[in-house]
Every structure is written in C-alpha cells, then in structure tokens.
Design a protein around this ligand. Structure first.
Ligand code: PAF
Length: 288
C-alpha cells in the first residue's frame, strides 16, 4: 500500500491501475478511522480491483469556532489500518494541495444544504460537496463508498452526482455501532466517561421511535416528542434538532403514512455534537 500526498502522484498511480484495466473504488474520509470506516474500506476492497482511501481534514466544511484545529489526526495508525484492510492507496493531501492560493470555486446543492445539519452548520455542505467533487474528479472512481450515519451528506452528494453527471455509483453502508448502540464517530473520542454514558440517548431515542412506528404510530409530532423526552433525560445532552423529514426532499413530514421518511437528530453532549438517524419506508408493501 502506498501513502501519497500530491495530486501528481495520485494521477500516476491511478494511471497505472486504469491501464491495467482495474475498477477503482474511493472511500473519502477525514481520518481518525474507526470500525465504520473499516466497513467501508472492506466493502470497497471486496467490490473494486483498486481502492483509494482519501484522508483529508477538509477545512472548508468547518465553520468558525468549530473543531477544525482539534479534529483528531492519526495518519500513521490510519495508514496501517487501511493497509491491513487491503486497500491500495492512501491519498492524504495538504490543504494547500487541495486549495492552492487563488482557489475560488465551490459546489453548492441548493435547498438540501441549509436544513437539518446545514441549518446549524452554515456552509458545511458546500465544503463537503466541493471537496467530494474534487476527489471525484481526481480519482474518477467507478464506485464511492459512504456511511448511512451521515444520511443528509449522502442525499446531498447523490443529488450532486445526478445534477453534475459524475460517472460514479454511490454505495451506502449501514451505520456501524458500539455494543450499546452509539453510532461510531471520530468525535466520540472527545466524550468524557459521563458524557459517553449519556451519548447512548441518541440510539435509545431512535429505538423508541422505531418501536412506536412498528406499533402503528404515524404522527410525526408524537414520535418527535418521545425522542425529545428521552434525550432531555440525559443530563449532559442538549438537542440541536430532532426532525422527521421526507427521505428525498428533506421536507418536514407531519404524517409518516405512505412515506419514505428519515428520522434525524443532532445532539450536543457536552461540547461534542453527535448525529444519528434511521430511514423508514412506509410506502405500500413496506413497513407493515
Ligand atoms: O464524511 C466525511 O468524513 C467527510 O464529510 C467527507 C465525505 C470525507 C468529506 O470531507
């Protein structure tokens, strides 16, 4: 496995892989890899002949006062994990390599980017789309792998791929969880012991919502109130948002009957903002 830092090297390695007729998979990450990332890399290795893992803490997706400076960085450990998993290349560019002096172009998916996480993190998805579009142009992957944990990110990137005709397929893998249900995240390492205990409230709240829906509840307001009550019970947790939205348009739903819905939440546990979600399909023939 090679670790490279420049676009020139990336193009050289990819040129060789393509000349050998290999299909290319891309797993875009910001590093601090955990089992959720490992699942993406494993699947990419299973599906594609040549796998690139990008590791880049993308400054344009962090707002002022967010955790860009303290975001965990562990390139050496990440590379040995990626190597063990059988990927071929780690692309770990510097910020100057990706955004050289004079850089001015950004990609914005309108309408979907200013709700849910985009409402509390203005500009976040513009940064995500910009870097992912650049990575797609650089790597030209046949398939790119993303986690369902970042459901809004996946919906927005899928829209960008469709709208801008990127010749790439997105494969989305289920959220990987700790044994108690907490969704894996590089930010979980910020949590103190008591915050870590409280953080499971996101999963418990989603579980309760799932049980209500399985029991026949379709009123989004009732489900949201139950989720809010469970989260408010955790001392160090503070709700950023709890939303029940259409899984394509992200528009709020009052009633889940006959809809494909996304139940999405963001909660601050201490200083750490955590997200989680589940998708539910109640269209005819599903969900009964
Ligand atoms: O999901 C992430 O880790 C990031 O948003 C991504 C897709 C690597 C873009 O920086």
């Amino acid at each position: 496995m090679f670790t490279i830092h420049t676009i020139e090297e990336l193009r050289r390695h990819l040129g060789e892989a393509r000349a050998a007729g290999k299909s290319v998979g891309l797993v875009p990450t910001m590093g601090a890899l955990h089992d959720g990332h490992a699942a993406l890399v494993r699947r990419a290795v299973e599906r594609c002949d040549y796998v690139v893992v990008s590791i880049f803490v993308n400054p344009t997706q962090f707002g002022p006062g967010e955790d860009l400076d303290r975001y965990p960085r562990s390139l050496e450990g990440d590379c040995s994990l990626v190597d063990q998993l059988g990927a071929d290349l780690v692309f770990a560019p510097s910020a100057a390599e990706m955004y050289p002096a004079g850089y001015r172009t950004h990609v914005e998916v309108e309408g979907l980017s200013n709700v849910l996480c985009g409402a509390s993190r203005p500009g976040h998805f513009r940064g995500v789309c910009t870097v992912v579009a650049k990575l797609f142009n650089l790597v030209l992957p046949d398939v790119a792998f993303f986690g369902q944990k970042d459901a809004q990110q996946v919906i927005i990137i899928q829209r960008m791929v469709t709208d801008l005709n990127f010749p790439v397929e997105l494969e989305v893998l289920p959220t990987v969880r700790e044994p108690d249900g907490l969704a894996m995240s590089s930010r979980n390492r910020y949590l103190t012991a008591s915050q870590r205990a409280d953080a499971v409230c996101l999963f418990r709240a989603l579980q309760a919502a799932f049980e209500m829906i399985t029991g026949g509840e379709r009123n989004a307001g009732h489900i949201r109130s139950r989720i809010e009550a469970i989260i408010n019970d955790a001392h160090t947790a503070e709700i950023d948002y709890v939303e029940i939205v259409d899984a394509d348009t992200l528009e709020p739903l009052a009633d889940l009957a006959d809809r494909q819905a996304l139940i999405a939440l963001a909660v601050r546990v201490g200083q750490t903002r955590l997200i989680d979600n589940f998708a539910v399909d109640l269209t005819e023939g599903h969900g009964d």
